[in-house]
Design a protein around this ligand. Structure first.
Ligand code: AMP
Ligand code: MG
Length: 462
């Protein structure tokens, strides 16, 4: 990776970049961070955690040729001409292990078989029971399988033993290989099924369970300091004065940190005063990542960048061409934060990254999702992934101004294939009530000022 991708500004010189450049800068730095120590947890406690070990198939999957239908194991060649009558020589149900000496399918023979049971020797296909019948005469096939289930089932009453019926009539031919999965077709013993760095979801839990892992190795969660700033901001259990605002950002951020796989460490509220702000920033830099909110705009008392500058922090960007969230700041502090010499992948010993997120609650939430999340995921050990936007049809026209990439709170509704999206009514980046009603953001490119109803628009899901 070239150093130009990771270049930074010395001190607090403004560096406002496009959304894409800002996002890529974060991603490139995230590649170089090291996850924490490894711990072993019970499988279900691993839900949402990041795997520190691979999941490897401990045997072939499936471990035997597995029937995928209830019916008869047959030789496909015997059914070249149908209807055909086959001699029933046995039955295998799920959990049985068919002994080839007693239960193999010779020419003109069939073995009753249930879904999940091993295919007996010499069989090369399974014919569905719906396409068979017992008795002396050929029964016309019902067009509906549920009707067939009751009327023409090839083993008479559902669940009764097949043996003793001696023969079955098959109405449809099958191809060799039909209706069973060969041994090892899904995975071979020793094959990697899940990579290290994968966040465990229910499908990952299923894999772990399938290979017999009742405990899994995961990375320790990164500790993410959350520091709110502002003289007007008070704790949530205080009664706010007439000009005061409750500290919602520390809590929304803590929730987002947890969602992203981190552990939030709330450091409280820093006043708009250098000394105390600096002390709390230094405390926050003791964690794996520091998130600040507020104090990054152009106001006289927006001191966050100044104080970080005094600490000789390095800034990769001090603004992004987005709305909400334009004043967002990304930088690092400490050993390794040496400007042009910094390389992703280089030892990041005491180097700590920080984000200065704008204080408006919606700006805080959006900039977290766009920029802080990938860094937290990387610190949590996750393999990086690109940000993708889904699309939905716009319900009513949007008019806006050009110049910034916009992430506007919106409501996705409709049903099934008919999703449609509409902007939430909001009063700007401070309107947390509007955001709570929204369930996504419509993404508007900087060059668009009008988007017609009916157009497919990109969405950032929330
Ligand atoms: P700032 O980014 O410091 O200029 O703050 C922008 C707006 O966000 C102001 O209206 C602040 O009162 C508000 N704000 C800042 N910090 C918080 C916070 N922790 N919780 C809720 N609102 C905040
Ligand atoms: Mg402020």
């Amino acid at each position: 990776m070239s150093s130009s991708h990771l270049s930074s500004s010395a001190g607090t010189a403004a560096r406002v970049v496009s959304f894409e450049v800002a996002r890529h800068l974060v991603e490139q730095h995230a590649i170089g961070v090291c996850p924490g120590a490894v711990e072993t947890v019970d499988l279900l406690a691993g839900l949402g955690r990041v795997l520190a070990e691979e999941m490897v198939a401990d045997r072939d999957f499936p471990p035997f040729a597995r029937a995928t239908r209830d019916g008869y194991a047959v030789r496909a060649a015997d059914l070249a001409v149908v209807p055909a009558r086959l001699e029933v020589v046995g039955e295998v149900k799920a959990g049985d292990w068919p002994d080839p000496a007693q239960c193999s399918v010779g020419r003109g023979q069939a073995v009753g078989i249930m879904t999940g049971a091993p295919l007996p020797a010499e069989a090369d296909a399974v014919v569905m029971v719906e396409h068979t019948s017992v008795g002396q005469t050929s029964v016309p096939q019902s067009p509906h399988p549920n009707v067939a289930k009751n009327a023409t089932l090839g083993w008479g009453t559902l669940g009764s033993a097949t043996l003793g019926q001696r023969s079955v009539e098959v109405q449809r031919s099958v191809s060799a290989g039909e209706n069973f999965v060969p041994r090892g077709a899904e995975a071979r013993a020793g094959q990697r099924l899940l990579d290290r760095g994968r966040r465990l979801d229910h499908a990952g839990i299923a894999i772990a369970a399938s290979v017999g892992k009742s405990r899994v190795q995961v990375f320790k969660k990164p500790r993410v300091a959350v520091l709110s700033t502002g003289d007007e901001v008070v704790e949530i259990d205080a009664t706010p004065g007439p000009a005061q605002i409750r500290n919602s950002n520390s809590y929304s951020l803590a929730a987002q940190v947890q969602n992203a796989g981190g552990e939030a460490v709330r450091l409280g509220i820093a006043p708009d005063e250098r000394g105390r702000l600096r002390a709390l920033i230094e405390e926050g830099l003791g964690c794996d990542l520091l998130l600040l909110t507020g104090g990054v705009s152009m106001g006289k008392y927006d001191l966050v960048e100044q104080v970080l500058g005094e600490l000789k922090a390095e800034f990769y960007f001090t603004g992004a061409e987005i709305q909400p969230g334009r004043p967002v700041v990304f930088g690092s502090y400490g050993a390794g934060a040496t400007g042009e010499g910094t390389r992703a992948g280089a030892p990041a010993l005491d180097k700590k990254y920080f984000f200065g997120l704008p204080g408006n609650p919606v700006s805080t939430m959006v900039t977290f999702e766009l920029f802080a999340r990938p860094m937290i995921e990387a610190l949590a050990g996750m393999t990086p992934r690109g940000l993708v936007f889904l699309r939905a049809r716009l319900k009513s026209e949007i008019r806006t101004k050009t110049g910034l990439k916009r992430f506007l709170p919106a409501v996705l509704s409709g049903e099934f294939e008919n999703a449609e999206v509409e902007l939430a009514r909001w009063q700007g980046s401070g309107d947390v009530a509007a955001l709570a009603q929204a369930n996504c953001y419509v993404v508007i490119p900087p060059e668009r000022e009008r988007i017609e109803a009916g157009e497919w628009v990109p969405l950032l899901m929330r």
